[in-house]
Write a protein that binds this ligand. Structure first.
Ligand code: ADP
Ligand code: MG
Length: 250
C-alpha cells in the first residue's frame, strides 16, 4: 500500500527560560492511504506537537516529513462559533477559501449534511445541540473542504463515556465512508484499538515510537468500534498495549 504520510527521525526541542526540553526524540511512522493510525501516548508525550508539526504550525528540530495530500485538523474542543448557525459553521472553511459561491463546494456540503443527519439542524445554533452532535458538526466542518488526510487530536475526550462510544462509531463510519486517511491521537487504549487499523505507542517524553501493532480483530467490512470492543481478542490487544504504556510510566 502507498503511504500518504511518512515521518522519519523527527525530533523537536522547545526552548524556554528554564532551558531546553526535548519533547520528540526520534519519531518515525507512516500512514497508509485509507487507513486509521492511532497514536497512543501518555499525556505530555508530544502527541499534539506531532500534529502541529504535520500541519506546519510548528517547525521540527530535525527529521523528514512527506505528506501526499491536503490536511484537515480536528481538535479536542469543537471550536464551533456560537453566533453562527450550524450551516454557517460548516461553510466557514470554504468561506475562508473564497469558495462560497462555488456550486460544487456547496453541493458537497449539502450532500454531507444530508448523508450524516445534519440537514434538519442546519438553521440551529451550536448551543441547541448535544455534545455528540457538536462533534459531528465539527467533523463535517473539517470534511467540508475535502481534505485527503484527517488529523484528529483527542476528539472524544471531552465527551462522557456513553456519548464517547456512540461518537466513536459515528466518526468511524463517516471517515471510512468518505475514504479518508486518518491519524487519531489518543491516550485511551480502548479507543486506539477500536478505531485504529494500526496503533503506534509513544513513550513518555522525550518520546519515541515504542512499538506498532496492526489490529486484526477478524472483522471485515462490518467493522465498527463498538463491535471491536466485543471481540475476545480485543482484550489481548488491550493487555499488550497496557504493558507497553505501563512500562514507561514508572
Ligand atoms: P500531548 O499532546 O501528548 O499531551 P504536547 O505535544 O501537548 O503533549 O506537549 C508535549 C510537551 O511539550 C509538554 O511537556 C508541553 O508542556 C511541551 N510543549 C508543548 N508546546 C510547547 C511550546 N510551544 N513551548 C514549550 N513547550 C511546549
Ligand atoms: Mg495533546
Amino acid at each position: 500500500m502507498n503511504s500518504i504520510v511518512e515521518v522519519n527521525n523527527l525530533t523537536k526541542n522547545f526552548y524556554s527560560k528554564e532551558g531546553e526540553i526535548e519533547v520528540l526524540s526520534n519519531i518515525s511512522f507512516s500512514l497508509d492511504q485509507g487507513e486509521i493510525l492511532s497514536l497512543l501516548g501518555p499525556s505530555g508525550s508530544g502527541k499534539s506537537t506531532i500534529l502541529n508539526i504535520l500541519t506546519n504550525l510548528l517547525k521540527p528540530t530535525s527529521g523528514q516529513i512527506s505528506i501526499n495530500g491536503t490536511i484537515g485538523y480536528m481538535f479536542q474542543k469543537d471550536h464551533l462559533l456560537e453566533w453562527r448557525s450550524i450551516m454557517d459553521n460548516i461553510t466557514i472553511g470554504i468561506e475562508i477559501m473564497h469558495k462560497k459561491n462555488d456550486k460544487k463546494s456547496m453541493e458537497r456540503i449539502e450532500r454531507l449534511l444530508k448523508t450524516y443527519g445534519l440537514w434538519d439542524f442546519r438553521n440551529m445554533y451550536p448551543n441547541e445541540l448535544s455534545g455528540g452532535m457538536r462533534q459531528r458538526v465539527a467533523l463535517i466542518r473539517t470534511l467540508s473542504v475535502d481534505p485527503d488526510i484527517l488529523l484528529l487530536d483527542e476528539p472524544f475526550s471531552a465527551l462522557d463515556y456513553q456519548t464517547r462510544l456512540m461518537v466513536n462509531d459515528d466518526v468511524y463510519k463517516i471517515i471510512k465512508n468518505e475514504n479518508k486517511s486518518v491519524i487519531l491521537v489518543t491516550h485511551d487504549i480502548s479507543e486506539a484499538i477500536a478505531m485504529g487499523d494500526t496503533v503506534a505507542v509513544l513513550s513518555k517524553r522525550p518520546s519515541t515510537i515504542k512499538k506498532t501493532f496492526d489490529i486484526d480483530l477478524g472483522l471485515k467490512d462490518d467493522r465498527t468500534p463498538f463491535k471491536c470492543r466485543k471481540v475476545p481478542s480485543f482484550q489481548t490487544y488491550f493487555d499488550l498495549l497496557w504493558k507497553e504504556l505501563d512500562n514507561n510510566e514508572i
